[in-house]
Every structure is written in C-alpha cells, then in structure tokens.
Design a protein. Structure first.
Length: 152
C-alpha cells in the first residue's frame, strides 16, 4: 500500500527550529558556504491548509476557485456554508496529513484537523492538470457529502 504520512502534530504559533539571527553566537554562515534551499511544501500540505482556512471562515470560498475542478468548488461552497470548522477561541489547524497515490498525477489525501479538544477528519482528491498545476477535484469533511442533484 502506498499510504504516506507527511506531517505530524503541528501547533500554530510555534517558532521554527532554527533562527537566522546574525547577532547571536555562531553568526552567519561563512561566505562561499553552500546553502540548501528550504524544502518546498507538498501540494497536499498546501491544499489542506487552504481548505481548513476556507472551512473555518478565515478565507472566502472564492479564493479556491482557480484551485478546484469539477464539482469540488460546489462541494466546498456547500460545506463552508455550514461552517463546520468555525470555533470560538481555538483556531482549527492541520495536525497531520497522509496520502495515497492511485496513479501518477492523482493524490487522495486525508487530514486530521484539531481545534481545542476536538478532532475532525477531512479527505480530498488532487489531480494534476496538463499545465502541471494541482487542482482539488473532491472534498469531504467528517463523512458529510453534498447531495448529488440526481439523489432525490
């Protein structure tokens, strides 16, 4: 099975592990020293954070318009309308993410969302287009799905 966990418990507001302050002992890196570029965040991490911000009401739904395809935007708007992650006090955050790659260019991801003492589950599907951009094609939160127009 190709399931992978990419992020473990992250609490908002924590400092990065290393500060680049030249006034402290150790100083800056010597001239000519090679610095490795910081690792680029995975599409699953970016989309999970964006989806949590939309579903918690911190960002408007239309900010995801160019990052979605198919019914995903309608599903996201339907979910956001219900405000499933809106909380008082503690802001929701992504605790950890896992994903499964069924075929190249497609990622099915799941995330655990924490807010205070509550824990929610979110699932979403990403597909890479011909322009090599990732777009969300499906989203679910805690098993809640938008009714399909043909379901009556």
């Amino acid at each position: 099975m190709n399931k992978v966990m990419t992020r473990t418990r992250r609490t908002p507001g924590t400092r990065p592990p290393v500060r680049q302050d030249t006034r402290r002992p150790g100083g800056p890196a010597p001239r000519g020293a090679l610095r490795t570029p910081p690792p680029q965040p995975r599409p699953t991490d970016l989309f999970a954070d964006r989806l949590v911000e939309v579903l918690s009401g911190r960002r408007p739904v239309h900010c995801m318009l160019r990052h979605t395809a198919g019914r995903a935007y309608d599903e996201l708007a339907w979910l956001a309308e219900r405000g499933p992650l809106r909380t008082r006090g503690t802001r929701p955050f992504v605790r950890d993410i896992g994903y499964y790659v069924p075929r190249p260019g497609v990622v099915e991801a799941f995330a655990r969302i924490g807010a205070g003492d509550r824990l929610r589950a979110m699932a979403f599907r990403l597909e890479q287009g011909k322009d090599l951009r990732w777009r969300c094609t499906a989203v679910e939160l805690g098993g809640t799905r938008m009714p399909h127009p043909t379901d009556d």
